[in-house]
Design a protein around this ligand. Structure first.
Ligand code: C2E
Ligand code: CA
Ligand code: CA
Ligand code: CA
Length: 382
């Protein structure tokens, strides 16, 4: 079992006590180190249906750690990630069985934690590839293999480009150009996301200044900020240090946050947003409509712009329901004087529908794909 969020011996001790209390005393429990435990279930307890028995044990453990508990007056939230291997199916030696359980555990972590998986031979490759990515990524950051592409946003009333979104790619010497979906989730799990987002922000600050001097900057450059970073207590401080370091101007940058970022303590979120806005940044709510309590966030926080998620625009010309939802979002944004951008606009019909509905900012392949800087400059000259 791996317990997320908090370390500390006191906590581990409590976890061990609770595991002991919930488990059949004939099972063997050992601490592996860190927040990981190993549990040995003897075959004779399982009867003729080991899977059934294992699932019951797993369910008992998950249930035990489901609820928030209190440690030194602080509320502790835990997730349990569990990997299972079975003798003799997955090995006959202890180290083989441990390795398989660990592979299954890694799979649980990669796919979002708080769950349990029994080892499967198909897991081997995928997991080791994920782990390779993880170690290559560390090198990628110091070797400057991360490149930033820029996707222009078009204003249908002004007939001009009104901003850009910075989107990271990994130019790997062995893998080629890797899209962010393949490494951002991994970077979010191992903490590299901090360096990654700050690298992209630094690039955006530098490019904004360069482009401004060349007279090609239109609007702001938007930078994606992982909720993991935004929720760090020192996020604003870190941003401000970076801005000073590169002598950047926040007035040319927009920070894109997702609704997950809004979920931790309304007071802190609203304080951070206000501080960032005071520095000159504008704030956009990304993937709008996909999280829950979207409306609440608009009322609670000082947000400048919402970005309608591509899942709504994708079939807007085909689906009445998607059209209705999109229309409500646009009206709401307009009523609150919040700017609204539609993402993933691929054809003229979609652009027309959105324009008629009152959404004038469009981002998508119809305007342009995300481009490396040199190509972007050619695009802007056209
Ligand atoms: P996102 O922030 O929602 O970015 C929009 C994604 O939609 C981009 O994918 C973009 O290339 C893609 N896209 C734009 N127009 C179209 C279109 O017309 N059709 C289709 N099918 N797709 C379109 P990309 O670049 O692969 O990025 C994926 C996600 O990775 C981003 O989604 C964002 O969540 C994340 N990401 C990218 N760069 C960064 C970064 O620097 N930091 C963080 N934390 N996340 C990033
Ligand atoms: Ca752990
Ligand atoms: Ca975005
Ligand atoms: Ca988005």
């Amino acid at each position: 079992t791996s317990i997320g969020l908090l370390q500390g011996d006191k906590l581990i001790k409590q976890v061990a006590d609770r595991l002991t209390a919930v488990l059949d005393p004939s099972l063997t429990l050992a601490r592996l180190g860190g927040d990981e435990f190993a549990l040995l279930i003897p075959g004779h307890l399982c009867g003729n249906n080991p899977i059934f028995y294992i699932k019951r044990v797993v369910a008992d453990i998950q249930q035990e750690f489901e609820s928030v508990f209190v440690l030194d007056d602080a509320e502790v939230n835990m997730t349990t990630s569990i990997g299972v291997s079975i003798f003799p199916n997955h090995g006959t030696k202890a180290d083989q069985l441990m390795r398989c359980a660990d592979t299954a555990l890694n799979r649980v972590k990669i796919s979002g934690r708080n769950s349990a998986l029994i080892f499967d031979h198909l897991m081997d490759d995928i997991t080791s590839d994920q782990l390779n990515i993880e170690s290559e990524l560390v090198a990628a950051i110091s070797n400057r293999e991360l490149v930033v592409f820029y996707q222009p946003v078009y204003h249908t009333q002004h007939h001009s480009i009104s901003g850009f979104e910075a989107l990271v790619r990994w130019q790997s010497p062995v893998r080629g150009l890797v899209p962010p979906d393949q490494f951002i989730p991994i970077a979010e799990q191992n903490g590299l996301i901090r360096q990654l987002d700050f690298y992209v922000l630094e690039q955006a600050l530098i490019k904004a200044e360069e482009w401004r001097q060349q007279g090609v900057l239109k609007g702001r450059i938007a930078v994606n900020i992982s909720s993991i970073n935004f929720q760090q207590a020192d996020f604003v401080e870190q941003v401000s240090q970076l801005v000073n370091k590169v002598n950047g101007d926040c007035n040319f940058i927009e920070l894109e946050l997702t609704e997950t970022a809004m979920m931790k303590g309304a007071d802190l979120v609203s304080k951070n947003i206000d501080s960032l806005k005071n520095m000159g940044f504008s704030i956009a709510l990304d993937d709008f409509g996909t999280g829950y309590s979207s409306l609440l966030h608009l009322r609670q926080f000082n947000i400048d712009k919402v970005k309608i998620d591509r899942s709504f625009t994708k079939e807007i010309e085909l689906s009445t329901q998607d059209r209705n939802i999109t229309s409500v979002i646009i009206q709401l944004a307009n009523a609150l004087s919040i700017e609204v951008v539609a993402e993933g606009v691929e054809n003229e019909t979609q652009a027309y529908i959105l324009h008629v509905m009152g959404c004038f900012l469009l981002q998508g392949y119809l305007v342009s794909r995300p481009l490396p800087e040199a190509q972007l400059m050619m695009f802007l000259e056209k």
